[in-house]
Design a protein around this ligand. Structure first.
Ligand code: UD1
Length: 418
């Protein structure tokens, strides 16, 4: 077991290189079994979700080599269509494997997925979409067994623009017979990255980033070498930390348009922000005024994955903020921990009222999920005195070299063994 020890109160200065997006790389890895030629994904982030996804690929019989920061996936000898329960429990995005394993083997067996403990996270939209493409699904003893002799293109209308369901249906449709149209598709930039990756393999996917995605099935896909997009949530977390602590930082590798909703709020808080190409510069004097309200919604709205970190910032802004979490039911678990640091937060169902306080103080707090854990780090950086953040396994799922990057910006944070 490890924990972070943070001595708060330092302003942050400098430039930080953003990792490849976790939520882009995971579906790309799932897609790598769609060809039996070599797939090279460069700039693989050093996070445990990616390591677990690579373990799943190994279980299927893929050969994985690492060369510098690249992963080289060779799935020509992949034989298994079954993902062991122990791995699906570790990582929810194993659910994306359903679409790509079906395309590859015409059957798939997978146990109900795990991942962040932030709510019910149903998969009904994934399953009903796959059924439309001709997949037969049996759910038994905690397992989902799918078979599809022939996958056929179809029109799939999603009741809600689910990111995972959109990606899964794309993965099942790329080699299906005929055309698939996904309506009310999720518009997240990571879906555009998946489209670019698949098209570089010879697929015909159009419209990602809009509400209608069209996939024309092709006979075969070939190998590819690819650099994934930058992680907008990691960039947002650093920008929030600098806004709260004060200072001036630059993030490299994420486009302004991909985190426009957050930047809009940070400007309302009183930060100065300049963006050019893939660089974003934020200046803050650390004396923020609160925004009256923010609510999470699918892209291009305010991301649920930034709600916890931005709420931590709101705890030290002047005024009151109403937070509405529309995506996941239990995404306020960090609030109890922030209260231990002196925050004034009242949670009721999917809403929270945050009254900004002058100062937070250091305390021993425990990360309950990935983004909630990052919120505790933000709070620790801004608090008076020393904060210990326990249970780093959650944070390590999504932030590679988190403490080294923060230290380069001037933060006093170290990882210690318990
Ligand atoms: C992805 C991201 C996650 C992010 C989320 C929302 C990855 C690996 N993870 O998760 O970091 O927080 O998007 O931006 O990319 N829903 C259903 N039925 C379904 C599927 C989803 O009701 O079959 C609901 C969920 O309960 C939730 C909403 O749809 O309320 C959005 O979920 P979804 O977009 O599917 O999130 P994920 O793909 O799981």
């Amino acid at each position: 077991m490890e924990k972070f020890i943070i001595d708060g109160g330092e302003k942050l200065y400098g430039s930080v290189e953003i990792q490849s997006a976790k939520n882009a790389v995971l579906p790309l890895l799932a897609a790598s079994v769609l060809t039996d030629e070599q797939v090279i994904i460069r700039a693989i982030p050093r996070i445990s979700d990616v390591e677990n996804m690579l373990r799943i690929l190994c279980e299927l019989g893929c050969e994985i080599a690492r060369e510098g920061d690249a992963a080289i996936i060779d799935s020509k000898n992949a034989v298994s269509h079954e993902i062991p329960a122990v791995l699906t429990k570790e990582i929810r995005s194993s659910i994306f494997m359903l679409g790509s394993i079906l395309t590859r083997f015409h059957r798939a067996k997978i146990s109900y997925p795990g991942g962040c403990d932030i709510g019910l996270r149903p998969i009904d939209l994934h399953l009903s979409g796959l059924k439309k493409l001709g997949v037969e699904i049996v759910e038994e003893n905690g397992y989902i067994e799918c078979s599809a002799e022939k996958l056929s293109g179809a029109e799939v209308v999603l009741d809600f623009p689910s990111v995972g369901a959109t990606e899964n249906i794309i993965l099942a449709a790329v080699k299906a017979r005929g055309r698939t149209v996904i309506r009310n598709a999720a518009k997240e930039p990571e879906i555009v990255d998946l489209q670019n990756f698949l098209n570089a393999m010879g697929a015909k996917v159009y419209g990602a980033g809009s509400a209608n995605v069209v996939i024309d099935g092709v006979e075969r896909l070939h190998g590819v070498e690819y650099v994934p997009m930058g992680d907008r949530i990691e960039a947002g977390t650093f920008l929030i930390a600098a806004a709260a602590c004060g200072g001036e930082i630059e993030t490299q590798g994420v486009l302004e348009e991909n985190i426009a909703a957050l930047l809009h709020k940070l400007r309302e808080n009183g930060c100065k922000i300049y963006a050019k190409n893939d660089k974003i510069v934020l200046q803050s004097d650390g004396r923020l005024k609160s925004v009256p309200i923010f609510e999470t919604s699918p892209f291009p709205g305010f991301p649920t994955d930034m709600q916890a970190q931005y709420s931590a910032l709101s705890c030290v802004a002047r005024g009151t903020t109403l937070v509405i979490e529309n995506l996941f039911e239990t995404r306020f678990k960090y609030a109890g921990e922030l209260k231990r640091m002196g925050a004034d937060i009242l949670v009721h169902g999917k809403t929270a009222i945050i009254r900004g306080v002058e100062r937070l103080h250091g305390a021993s707090v425990t990360a309950c999920d990935l983004r909630g854990g990052a919120a505790l780090v933000v709070a620790g950086l801004v608090a008076d005195g020393q904060t210990a953040v326990l249970d780093l396994s959650h944070i390590d799922r999504g932030y590679g070299d988190f403490e080294s990057k923060l230290r380069l910006l001037g933060a006093k944070i170290r990882r210690v063994k318990i």
